[in-house]
Design a protein around this ligand. Sequence first.
Ligand code: RNT
Ligand code: ZN
Length: 421
Amino acid sequence: MKEEQIKKAYEDARAQYAKLGVDADKAIEQLNNLSISIHCWQADDVSGFENPDGELTGGIQTTGNYPGKARTIEELKRDLEKVIALIPGKHRISLHATYGDFDGEFVDRDKVEPKHFQSWIDWAKKNDVKLDFNSTFFSHEKTNSGYTLSDFDPEIRAFWKDHLRQCRRIAAEIGRQQGDPCIHNIWIPDGEKDKTVSRYEHRKLLQESLDEVLKEKISTEYLKDCIECKLFGIGSESYVVGSHEFYMGYAVKNNMLLTLDAGHFHPTETISDKLSAILLFVPEITLHVSRPERWDSDHVVILTDELLAISQEIVRSGQMDRVHIGLDYFDASINRIGAYVVGIRSAQKAMLQALLEPTDKLRDFEKKDKRFERMAWLEELKAMPWNALYVYYCNKQGVPIGDEYIKSIQEYETEVTSRRV
Ligand code: RNT
Ligand code: ZN
């Protein structure tokens, strides 16, 4: 597409939105200020560098064996640099504790330290991204009973509490060095395949474990802890300790962040409708934007109705600064760089559409009980030329427009990832 064409399409679109009272430039600027927390684990199928050949456990699974996964920290960094080069805006990278720079040594979870992440901190600075962090409570022999922080065995609990303590210190150090709070997500796989009798006991143990570790106060200037619930996983079909009710209660009681993963609820239950309720009771929300296909399958994010609904709720609530958008999916069956880029660009496209909504006008219809008009306008808005604005924005930022990124990913595959054998 030629420069003039891009500009003309942009100007037409801008005029159409202006007629609705929407400032398209402001929407683009808001989108540009929105950092998405990009999960590091799509690049290597959640393998990490602690024990890259180990089994992925904890009820999460990758399927597929597409060639070219990142096998080393250097390869992972290179892949992420490629991803960053193909998307507009400034973003964040979310690391798991198993992705440290362990220098060929085995470092157990209770021994991870800030120094293992110094090279990531330096890399982030160089690449102008910020970092977020995740404790890693899965893929480890000490989860074999199915429990970590809520295990009956005090030694197992002690081990995982130490892990959590260390992870908070790492995240705080990241936050300190980057001059921006590091969001630290806590997800544990604890649960059971079949009818469990001691539901209350395990939940009480989880509460005690969290209380004990979180009583170490760290300034939110450096660190923001959040807790992520789940309905069920593979091997924890009947009982998950960290359920929605558990963490919702815990977050409200302790005034902390709650993470909502789009795949962690009943198949017909959506997180979009939860935002406006939960935002009234917790300080901030972290999202794990994912795509459940019938279950928590962690498919690549695409422009679905639910993605749009999530974006609309973030914008309509007027609480954009209290919602952190992170991604969480891992598809090993397709080009992994492509998986990243499609997911991130789709998330941006959904947010842009939401930012371009004439919400006041729609609200006005609502207040006057003109529900047909509201419905009709919501339908009309779907076909408005928002993509011309996204193309213009990408072009201005010097990143590929439209389908151009596909070619770039194919070239990277030929030159880089396909050679990883
Ligand atoms: C698992 C949770 C969790 C993980 C990542 C790897 O169901 O969604 O967030 O996917 O931490
Ligand atoms: Zn998640």
